[in-house]
Write a protein that binds this ligand. Structure first.
Ligand SMILES: Nc1ncnc2c1ncn2[C@@H]1O[C@H](COP(=O)(O)OP(=O)(O)OP(=O)(O)O)[C@@H](O)[C@H]1O
Ligand SMILES: [Mg+2]
Length: 401
């Protein structure tokens, strides 16, 4: 069918043509946003889930909700080698300047600008080449400028919240890939949210990350579990998956047969990224206005080729040769989670000996521990990919090794 009319969007963070499921999360997020605006205690949330399950899309949608509710928002993506202070200072500056422009000067906005200047100054201690924030105000000495983020971030976020409150608005901070924050940065963030919650300020945090982020926050601060909700994003149910496939097609006057839908569900297991990928290719290979089971079979071949060259390979290439062996051992044990000891044995080694490999893979976000001592891939169906490349007999990343 006409590829120009193809509504599906396989891609990281791409807003889907039909955002299926997730209604409960959006309802809860709406309540949190409204409560925080009127100074009622509101639990921020960190959505967790595997790769491609729709975390970024959810954050994007909640950001829209926040903006419609009148919030000032910022969206950042955490990074293995960027500190939280560096990440947040530029958007904080933008939000403070927006607050400044919103109306006549208030004491809180003026103070917010001065605290921001201190905060930026404190960051420079650790990052001499880091960011310079030009602000035409004097810093508020002694606030947010100690250079220790656990003390500076709460000061900064509190001043920001007070400034927003004086303008009768709120601040919503979105942090994607939050599992990449260091334990110290995570601790600072938790303390900042604890502070604004205590002070009843209109500041909301919405984060998203891989499943082990729940453990990470607990290790940073034990009270994190009470401060945040951790909604889990899983694969879509059969009904939601069918909705994700069918609704966009119907808008274009196109139908999927029942068999075609069943086949996509069987292969994709309801993982949103895969649903988009299969639907996208099925659309392109179909001839009439009805997508048939036979079209899905052709689409499967194209989709796998495309995923193997992109979604899967991108992750595989980030691994060292020894990390790849660890992943291969996991794949050989079959789908699902495996005991650390079993994986080590599969490699002909001992748990202790391969622990550094396992830890490196967790840090890279390639594997996680769904339960103590268990290890699983964060990328759905990754074991099948590893079987495919093994059967091919050549390592797709050999060129770089
Ligand atoms: N609820 C949904 N219904 C239909 N499609 C969705 C849904 N959520 C996400 N998608 C699609 O799935 C793909 C992946 O979404 P997204 O990038 O948000 O996942 P993610 O969990 O952030 O992945 P990663 O961990 O790799 O960052 C996109 O193509 C998006 O359009
Ligand atoms: Mg994402």
């Amino acid at each position: 069918m006409d590829p120009i009319r193809n509504p599906y969007v396989p891609g990281a963070g791409a807003s889907p043509p039909e955002l299926a499921g997730r209604h409960e999360l959006f309802t809860q997020a709406g309540i949190v946003l409204q409560r925080a605006l009127v100074g009622k205690s509101a639990r921020s949330f960190i959505a967790t889930g595997l790769r491609g399950v729709g975390k970024t899309v959810v954050l994007g949608r909640v950001q829209q909700l926040a903006e419609s509710a009148g919030y000032l928002t910022c969206f950042v993506e955490a990074h293995e080698d960027k500190s939280l202070g560096q990440l947040l200072a530029p958007p904080f500056r933008k939000m403070m300047l927006d607050l400044d422009r919103l109306g006549a000067v208030t004491a809180q906005v003026k103070r917010g600008l001065r605290v921001l200047k201190s905060f930026a100054g404190g960051l420079r201690i650790h990052h001499p080449l880091g960011l310079m924030i030009e602000l035409d105000v004097d810093p508020e000495r002694g606030t947010a400028d100690s250079g220790d983020l656990e003390s500076d971030l709460p000061d900064m976020v509190s001043a920001l919240g007070q400034a927003a409150k004086s303008r009768r608005t709120g601040v919503a901070i979105f942090i994607d890939e939050i599992q990449y924050l260091s334990q110290k940065d995570m601790g600072a963030l938790i303390m900042a949210m604890h502070r604004v919650m205590r002070e009843g300020l209109p500041v909301v945090l919405a984060g998203a990350g891989l499943p082990h982020v729940v453990a990470l926050t607990g290790q940073s601060k034990s009270y994190a579990e009470r401060l945040f909700a951790f909604p889990e994003l899983g694969p879509l149910s059969d009904e939601e998956s069918a909705d994700a496939l069918r609704t966009p097609a119907e808008r274009e006057g196109v139908n999927f047969t029942k068999e075609a839908v069943a086949e996509v569900l069987r292969i994709t297991q309801g993982y949103p990224y895969f649903l988009q990928e299969w639907a996208y290719h099925a659309w392109n290979v179909a001839h009439g206005e009805t997508i048939l089971a036979g079209d899905i079979q052709v689409a499967t071949e194209v989709s796998l080729t495309s995923l193997d060259a992109g979604f899967f390979r991108m992750r595989y290439e980030r691994l060292t040769p020894r990390e790849r062996l660890y992943c291969q051992a996991m794949a050989e044990l079959g789908p699902g989670a495996h005991r650390s000891g079993e994986i080590a044995a599969q490699m002909g080694s001992r748990t202790q000996a391969v622990a550094p490999l396992r830890n490196a893979l967790i840090r890279k976000g390639m594997i996680y521990s769904p339960a103590h001592g268990d290890i699983a891939f964060t990328v759905p169906l990754f074991e099948n990919y590893l079987h495919r490349i093994k059967a091919m007999g050549s390592d797709p990343a050999d060129a770089e090794d």
